[in-house]
Design a protein around this ligand. Sequence first.
Ligand code: DGT
Ligand code: MG
Length: 607
Amino acid sequence: MEDRIMESSSSAFGDMDGDHTKSIIHIDIDCFYAQVEMVRDPELRSVPLGIQQKNIVVTSNYEARKYGVQKCMLVTEALKLCPNLKLVNGEDLHDYRAASNKVFAILQHWKCPVEKLGMDENYIDVTNIVQERLRSVNMDSVSISGNLCEEPSIECPCGCHTRLKVASQVASEVRKKIFDELSFTTCAGIAHNKLLAKLVCPLHKPNDQTTIFPEHAASFMATLPSVRSIPSIGSKTTETLISQKILSVSDLQQASLDVLKKHFSSDMAVRLKNLSLGEDNTPVKQTGKPQSIGLEDSFRTVSVKSEVEEKFSALLQRLLVLVREDGRIPVSLRVTLRKKDAKRLSSHRESRQCQISPSIFTITNGTLTVTEAGQQKLMTIIMRLFNKLINLSKPFHLTLVGLAFTKFQERMTGRSSIVNYLMNDISVQSVLNLQNDCDTSTTSMDYSAVSPSSSTTTDLSDAEVEPSPKKPKKVNWIAKRRCLAKEEVASPSKLKVGELRLNSKELEKVSELRLNSRDRSLTPRASPAKECLSDASDSMKDVAEGGNCEECPSYVDQDVFSALPEEMQQELKTMWKNPSSSSMPRSSQRTNKPKPNTILKYFVPHK
Ligand code: DGT
Ligand code: MG
C-alpha cells in the first residue's frame, strides 16, 4: 500500500488525487533588519551593510552578501570578507517589531486568514479570493506571475494549476502593496499547502516569487539535502532519523513506514512520511495578539540591588512602549531572573508573577498611558517580586533580568463568556441613557480584569510561578454587580440574551465604551482587582459578606449568588426549585449541567 502511494506520488503524473483545493502564499521580507535600516537611512542602500547584535552579524543586505557575508557570522569574520562592511547595531528590536506589525496590517487588507511566523514571515490563505476571481476571469487567459518551480507536463484535472496561477497574481499584488507602502522587497512562495509555499519561497531571492504545482511536490522535496530542511522537523526527530540512516528527504521518502513506526508514534510516522512527499494539511491560522509581551536584558553579572533596580527601570520603560503599541491593558506582570551559581558554575532562571491593577493604566484619546505615579507603582511591584526571588541577606549574582506582561484585559468576549451577560447591561444602559458614571464604568469592564480565556505563556524553567488566583475575578464581578444592584440598574435577567447580543461593530463600540468609562471613573470603589500582591483571600474578605441562599444547590458559590441582583437570584431559585420551568433542555436538567451559554454554568463548583 505504502509502496503504491510512493509510486503514484513520484510518477510522471505526480500526486493527482490529493487535496489541491487551497491556495497558500508564504511571504518573507528580504534581509529584514537590514531593509528596516535602509529605509530609515537610504544612504545605506548602496553600501554593504551588516546588522550587529553583540559580536554577531545577524543579517546583511544583498550588497554585503556579494562578499560572502552570511547571516549569523562573527563580526570579525564578516569584516575579513568585507572590510568596507558598514555595521549598524540591531540590538533594539523596537523598529523591527513595528515594521513587522505594519506588514501584518497590510496583509489583513485582503481579508483572508494571515498567520504570522516570526517577525518577517507570514502565510496567507487566499483560497477564497482565488475562487472569487475565477468567477469573473477567463480561465484560459490566466498566467503565472513570477517563477514556476517546474513546467507541468499535464493539466491536473482538479483545476489547481489555474487556481495557483491566480494565487501567484495575488502574491504579486501583495508584494507590490508592501513595497509601495513600506518600501520593503519580499519573496513569496505559492502552493496548495503551507509546507511547499514556505519551501519554494526562497528559490528566487531577493524580490521575486515562485509557484509550485502539486504534482511536483515529491520530486521537489527529494531535492532537499537534509530532513532538517523540513520546517516542522526539529533536532530530536532529526537525530532519531539520522540514527536510522535517514539523512536526506529522499531517504525519508523511501523509508518504510514500519521502520518509522518503531521509532515514532504511528501518527508521527505517517506525518513524517507525508511531509517528505510534500503533503501537509495544516491550516493557516489567523494570528491574534501575543499572549504575553516581555523583554529581557542579559549581562555579565549584577550583584547589587540598586543596579538591578536600574536594569528593571530601563526595561520597564521599553516594555511600556510595546504595551502602548499593543493597546491592551495588562493585568499580570512577571519578573524573571537568571541566577548564577558561582559554586556550580551554572545558572538557572526563576520567575514570579502577580496580578496588577488595570487602574495603573489609563486610556487617553484611545492611547494607553501610564502616569509617573503608575510607573512608580509598577516599579514597587517589580521590586517586591524581586525581593521574593532573592534572599538579600546573602550575596547574589544575576546574569539576566526579564519583565513581561502576561495577561491582558479582554476587550472582546466569547459567546460563552459571562461577560456577555454584563455587556447586555451596557447596551441596556445605553438605551436607557443612564447617567450614573459609576455604574456604567463598573458594569462589565473591570470584570474581565483577569480574562477567563486569556492564558499565560508559561516558561517551563520558571521555578516559582505563582498560580493566578481565581477568586479576584469573581470578586471584581461581585463588587461591580453590587454597585449595579444598588443603583437599580435594569437587570439583564429581565431581558432575553438573544435579543441583546451585539454584532461585531456594536461589540467594538462596547469595548470603547468600556475603556472610556474606565477612564472616566476609576474610583477606589470601582477599582477592580486589588493592588498587585494583594492576596486573593484578602480580596475575598472585603466583599464576601453576602447572605446565604438556602435554596441553592450545594455546588453554588454563595458569594457569587449573593452578589446577583434580586431578580436574577429569584429567577435562579425558581429554576432550581422547579427545573422543568427553566428553558434548559431535558438532558442538561438531568445531569445538572447548564446549557453552554446560560448563567447556570457559572454556578459549577470550582475544582
Ligand atoms: P533573507 O530572508 O534571507 O533575505 O534574510 P533575512 O535577514 O530576512 O533573514 P530571515 O528571514 O532568516 O530572518 C529575519 C530577521 O531575523 C533577520 O533580518 C535578522 C533576524 N535573525 C535571523 N536569524 C537570526 C538569528 O539566528 N539570531 C538573531 N538574533 N536574529 C536573527
Ligand atoms: Mg527574511
